[in-house]
Design a binder for this molecule. Structure first.
Ligand SMILES: [Mg+2]
Length: 173
């Protein structure tokens, strides 16, 4: 059950205390794309996110978009934001995340993953042992596969809630 429990839970990518992450030794931030940065059916990158990423890079973070979406969707966002990106990440499978850590040379203690889904973002992060940060989805719409994940996610959240581990809207870091 605890493989679905995020280390940190915040309203959005804009309310995370990044200085605290930095002080905990985090050097690299992996951002999910769909419903974490942008609604799933939108191709318009928010200026606000670009400003956030510029600030994070100035703080010394490496910023990488780590998405299950294909390269054709990732490319435009990556270029506009001026960050690195990994497409078709196959979360919650750990292969691409482990490869990323190896390629960039980070320890698990130095990386945090930030995303809106327990079944993909949080699960893969917890399996590999990096810091996991859950945020609320930015929209109500989801891709088909995500709809299936949401169904399972609701059950996981109920179980976490029954054990008093996680409550939607009760933020912590
Ligand atoms: Mg997502």
């Amino acid at each position: 059950m605890e493989e679905y429990l995020p280390d940190i839970y915040q309203k959005s990518i804009y309310t995370i205390d990044y200085s605290k992450l930095l002080s905990r030794g985090i050097k690299c931030l992996l951002f999910d794309l769909d419903n974490t940065i942008v609604p799933p059916f939108s191709a318009e990158p928010p200026k606000k996110a670009k400003d956030l990423f510029i600030g994070l890079k100035q703080k010394g973070f490496k910023v990488i978009i780590f998405t299950n979406s294909p390269q054709i969707r990732l490319r435009g966002f990556k270029n506009y934001f001026g960050v690195d990106g990994v497409s078709s990440a196959h979360k919650p499978h750990t292969k691409k995340l482990k490869k990323l850590l190896q390629d960039y040379g980070y320890q698990v203690t130095e990386v945090a993953i930030i995303g809106d889904q327990l079944m993909t973002d949080i699960k893969v992060g917890n399996k590999v042992g990096i810091t996991t940060v859950l945020v609320n989805p930015v929209s109500d719409s989801d891709f088909i596969l995500t709809k299936i994940h949401r169904f399972k996610e609701r059950k996981k959240m109920k179980k976490l809630r029954d054990n008093d581990l996680f409550w939607r809207g009760r933020y912590y870091d």
